[in-house]
Design a binder for this molecule. Structure first.
Ligand SMILES: Nc1ncnc2c1ncn2[C@@H]1O[C@H](COP(=O)(O)OP(=O)(O)OP(=O)(O)O)[C@@H](O)[C@H]1O
Length: 387
């Protein structure tokens, strides 16, 4: 799918086809360019964040959006990362008095969490895990080489491209280090924003099904801002110690465990119990040991300095026997993705528009009376159920 968009977008030239997702920071729309692509042959994803400088609660959102956009620019300005196969390409951006938005390629396959839930027993085979984990390692390797710690690796932030390959999304928790180094005394760049701890780390993760139940629509849009990441937090972060690239390798271990067993390894009765388990308990594997369980065990080493990936980064992980025989240099060419999303472009062409400005205006409206349907439900009914 060709997704050429001019670097500076004009919101008036964009037509939103539907809402793809809604998070703590913004709303992501499926969009096409009215002039250069009137038939919506090459739609793309547009993340839009509302600027509300008068409301304290939103200022952080505002800053997080600017930070995420600056990181995407950084990814795309670096010659080495132009069109990295597993990282998003920044297609363009805009800013109005009220909104900040940026475009990245549309990933029609949804996220890895939903894909896993669609499998029988909610797990992937080791071959599928190998494919996905290998691509994530490549993406993290590139980020780390640029001095960026991702810090929010979880299945909900891993999207499936049209090609079936993965892409990481949602960089607002990422931070950069002054020096891209793996040595002990790393220095973070001045804190660009208040750390996003409130919504994302306080709540337990839930299955896509239950997310949908508590979401406002029935046709696939999800309000997942309440999805927390506490089960993915590393022991050094729980202990309040300094943390750096090794937190991403820890999260990779949790992710691989969840793909293998259908549940994360340290999930407790509540947040406190989960944190206790993260710091104290070893992961418990079901079934026979394998190269995959060995890899996961080495990624889930509590001491970050002993964790696989700490000393030599991604190279160390790529050398693990689980990946024996994998042609890392030909990952995109030779490996056939396990799942390919279906193309539903005809639906996009027929569907009615979502007016982006109107969408946010309606969100700003005061709540309706108790007798009326919820404000957001109302909004979705108007904008989305027509197609
Ligand atoms: N490129 C894309 N293609 C398809 N869907 C996307 C794309 N980018 C984002 N989405 C959808 O929109 C949702 C919200 O996006 P994103 O995670 O970037 O927003 P956020 O406000 O930062 O969320 P969070 O609460 O995780 O911080 C994603 O979970 C996903 O379902």
């Amino acid at each position: 799918m060709d997704t050429q968009v001019s670097p500076d977008l004009d919101i008036n030239h964009l037509r939103a086809i539907k809402v793809l997702g809604k998070g703590a920071t913004g709303t992501v729309f499926l969009v096409h360019h009215r002039i250069s692509d009137p038939s919506a042959a090459s739609p793309f994803a547009l993340k839009v964040v509302e600027k509300s400088p008068l409301l304290d609660a939103k200022v952080d959102t505002d800053r997080r959006a600017r930070w995420e956009l600056s990181l995407l620019r950084r990814l795309n300005n670096s010659p080495a990362t132009t069109s990295h196969p597993f990282l998003p390409t920044l297609l363009g951006s805009f800013e109005t008095n009220d909104l900040i938005g940026w475009a990245i390629p549309f990933c029609p396959g949804g996220d890895l969490n939903v894909l896993r839930y669609n499998q029988s027993d909610h797990i992937f085979s080791p071959a599928v895990i190998r494919f996905y984990v290998a691509e994530i390692i490549c993406a993290l390797e590139k980020l780390h080489a640029l001095g960026i710690v991702y810090r929010d690796l979880k299945p909900e932030n891993i999207l499936i491209q049209q090609s079936g390959h993965l892409t990481l999304t949602d960089f607002d928790l990422s931070r950069t280090l002054v020096k891209p180094t793996r040595h002990h005394d790393v220095v973070y760049e001045p804190e660009p924003l208040k750390q996003k701890t409130s919504k994302k780390t306080k709540n337990a993760r839930v299955a896509p099904d239950s997310r949908r139940k508590s979401s406002v629509t029935s046709n696939g849009e999800r309000a997942n801002s309440f999805v927390g990441t506490e089960e993915y937090i590393s022991p050094e972060v729980v202990r309040g110690e300094g943390h750096e690239f090794a937190v991403d390798w820890w999260a990779l271990g949790i992710l691989a465990f969840e793909m293998l067993h259908g549940t994360t390894p340290f999930r407790g009765k509540n947040k406190k119990d989960t944190f206790r388990r993260i710091v104290m308990m070893p992961p418990e594997f079901i079934g026979r040991p394998s190269t995959l369980t060995d890899l996961i065990g080495k990624l889930l080493e509590k001491d970050p300095t002993r964790r696989l990936g700490y000393r030599r980064g991604a190279c160390e992980i790529k050398e693990h026997p689980f990946f024996h025989g994998l042609r890392w240099d030909l990952l995109t060419e030779l490996s056939r993705p396990p799942f390919l999303p279906s193309r539903e472009l005809h639906e996009m062409k027929q569907s009615k528009s979502v007016d982006i400005r109107e969408y946010f205006e309606k969100l700003r409206m005061p709540p309706l009376s108790l007798d009326s349907p919820a404000r957001e439900e109302c909004l979705y009914n108007v904008s989305l159920t027509e197609f």
